[in-house]
Design a binder for this molecule. Structure first.
Ligand code: ARG
Length: 458
C-alpha cells in the first residue's frame, strides 16, 4: 500500500508492524472533520499564494466530491491505508492528479490530527448536550406533574423526612445542569485552532492561521506550536465530564433499581425497557438501569487510561497520542447511548404514587415536625428532641405511627400538646410547610419549575 512517508525507506515494513501502527480502523470515523479541515487549509494555501489558485480550487472541489461520495456510500474507506489522513490524500490524488499532492503543504499529520479530534469533540459535545437536554425535559414534565406526589426522603437509606417526587427529580435536574455547563466550559476552553503548528515548530510558509481558525469556527489559533500538537487536555477534561455524567446516571439507575424491587414497588418499568429471565417466568428485570450503572466503569476506565497514557510523554508529539482515540470514542458512544436509553426508560416509567405516599407516612418521617411543633409552644429544641424520641419508642412498642397516638397519650409526654398537633404533623403539612428556597414545598417548587422552563427554552 502507498504510504505518506515511503521516500526515506528502502525495505518493506513488517506487516504486523504496519497493522500495529495503523489507526484507520478507528480514526476513519473522523472523515468529515478531516475533510472539513483540509478544505479550509487548501483554501488558505491558495488565498495566500502558497500554491496556485487553480490547484487550491481543484483540491477543494476534489475534497467536496470525496465527502459527498462517502456520505452517499458511493465511496468506501479503504482500510488498508494507514490512517484517515492518508486515505483522503491518496483518494484526492487519484481523483485530481498532482494538485492533490500539494494539499499537505505547510501541514503535518500532527497538527492535522489535533485539529480533527477537536472538531470531533465539538460536534460530539453539541450532540450530547442536546440529548441531556431531552432528558431534562423528561425530568421537567415529571416534576410538573408530581408537585404533590409524596414519598419518603432518605438519609443512610433510612426514611428521614417526607419529600415529593418533584423535589427528588429536581435533584437530578440540577446534576444534569452542572453536567451541561461543564461541557460548555470544555468546549469554550478548547476552542483554539491547532492547524498551522506543523509537526511541532510551525512552518516557513506564510500561513494565515487567523483565517483558518475563523473559517473553522474557532475563537483563534493556538499560541504555542509544540503545545498545540501534544495537547490532549480537552480529551482528559471531556472524559472527566463524561465520567461525572455516568456517575449521576449510575446513582439514578441505582435508585430506579431499588424502587423497582419487590420490596419497594415505587415504580414499574415499561415492558419496552425491561427484560425477562430464561428460567424464572415471574421476572421483569431493570436491565437498562443495571447496564447504565455497569457501563459507568468503562467510562471511568477511559479517563484513567488517558491520564496514564499522557503522563510520561515528553514534548511534543509522540505516537502514544494515537491511543487517545479508541478509549475516548468508546466512552463517547457509551455515554450518548446511556443518556438516550435512560431517557427512554424514564419517560415511560410508571410511578406508584399510592405506595410512595404510604411509605412516606410510616417510618416516623414526621418526627422532626413533632419536635418543631413543641418548639413553637416554647419548648427548647433539645428537650423537644428528647420528648419525641420517647414518643417514637412508645410507638415502636405499640406498633403505631406518631399521628395514631391519642391526645391523652401525647399530653403525658408534654402538657403543651393540643388537638392542633394532628394537623401540624400530618404528612401533607410536613411537606407543604417546607417552603424555604430549595425545599420540597410545592410553593417553593413552583418557582423552580418557572426557572427550569426558562432554562430549557434557551
Ligand atoms: N494517527 C496518528 C494519531 O492518531 C496521527 C498521525 C501522526 N503520525 C505521525 N507519524 N506523526 O495520532
Amino acid at each position: 500500500m502507498s504510504k505518506l512517508w515511503g521516500g526515506r525507506f528502502t525495505g518493506e515494513i513488517d506487516s504486523l508492524v504496519y497493522d500495529f501502527n495503523a489507526s484507520i480502523s478507528f480514526d476513519k470515523r473522523m472523515y468529515r472533520q478531516d475533510i472539513k479541515g483540509s478544505i479550509v487549509h487548501a483554501g488558505m494555501l491558495g488565498k495566500c499564494g502558497i500554491i496556485p489558485q487553480e490547484d487550491s480550487d481543484a483540491i477543494v472541489k476534489g475534497l467536496k466530491g470525496i465527502l459527498s461520495d462517502l456520505e452517499s456510500g458511493k465511496l468506501v474507506i479503504d482500510e488498508s491505508m494507514e490512517d484517515i489522513h492518508s486515505f483522503v490524500e491518496s483518494e484526492l490524488t487519484s481523483r485530481i492528479g498532482d494538485a492533490g499532492k500539494k494539499l499537505h503543504t505547510g501541514r503535518s499529520r500532527n497538527d492535522q490530527v489535533a485539529l480533527d479530534i477537536k472538531l470531533y469533540i465539538r460536534d460530539y459535545i453539541d450532540e450530547l448536550d442536546k440529548k441531556i437536554k431531552e432528558l431534562q425535559n423528561t425530568l421537567c414534565s415529571i416534576i410538573e406533574n408530581n408537585l404533590e406526589t409524596f414519598m419518603p426522603g432518605f438519609t443512610h437509606m433510612q426514611k428521614a423526612q417526607p419529600v415529593t417526587l418533584a423535589h427528588h427529580m429536581s435533584a437530578y435536574f440540577e446534576m444534569f445542569k452542572r453536567d451541561r455547563s461543564r461541557l460548555f466550559d470544555i468546549r469554550k476552553r478548547m476552542n483554539l485552532c491547532p492547524l498551522g503548528s506543523g509537526a511541532l515548530a510551525g512552518t516557513t510558509y506564510p500561513l494565515d492561521r487567523d483565517y483558518v481558525a475563523k473559517e473553522l469556527g474557532f475563537d483563534g489559533p493556538t499560541v504555542n506550536s509544540m503545545d498545540s500538537v501534544s495537547d490532549r487536555d480537552h480529551i482528559v477534561e471531556l472524559l472527566a465530564a463524561l465520567s461525572t455524567i455516568m456517575m449521576h446516571l449510575s446513582r439514578f439507575s441505582e435508585e430506579i433499581i431499588i424502587w423497582n424491587s419487590n420490596e419497594y414497588r415505587f415504580v414499574e418499568i415499561s415492558d419496552a425497557y425491561s427484560t425477562g429471565s430464561s428460567i424464572m417466568p415471574q421476572k421483569k428485570n431493570p436491565d437498562i438501569a443495571e447496564l447504565v450503572r455497569g457501563k459507568t466503569g468503562r467510562v471511568y476506565g477511559a479517563l484513567m487510561s488517558m491520564l496514564t497514557t499522557l503522563k510520561g510523554t515528553p514534548l511534543a508529539y509522540n505516537k502514544d497520542m494515537q491511543e487517545d482515540k479508541e478509549m475516548f470514542f468508546d466512552a463517547a458512544d457509551t455515554v450518548l447511548n446511556c443518556v438516550v436509553l435512560f431517557n427512554g426508560m424514564l419517560s415511560t416509567i410508571t410511578f406508584n404514587k399510592k405506595i410512595m405516599e404510604e411509605s412516606a407516612k410510616n417510618g416516623f418521617t414526621n418526627a422532626t415536625d413533632v419536635a418543631d411543633y413543641l418548639v413553637l409552644k416554647n419548648i427548647p429544641f433539645r428537650d423537644a428532641h428528647r420528648i419525641v424520641g420517647e414518643l417514637v419508642l412508645l410507638c415502636i412498642e405499640k406498633g403505631c405511627a406518631l399521628d395514631d397516638l391519642s391526645l391523652d397519650e401525647l399530653k403525658k409526654y408534654s402538657p403543651v400538646i393540643e388537638q392542633d398537633i394532628y394537623e401540624a404533623i400530618s404528612m401533607k403539612t410536613c411537606v407543604m410547610k417546607r417552603c424555604t428556597q430549595g425545599a420540597p414545598g410545592p410553593e417553593a417548587m413552583k418557582k423552580v419549575i418557572l426557572a427550569y422552563k426558562d432554562y430549557l427554552s434557551k
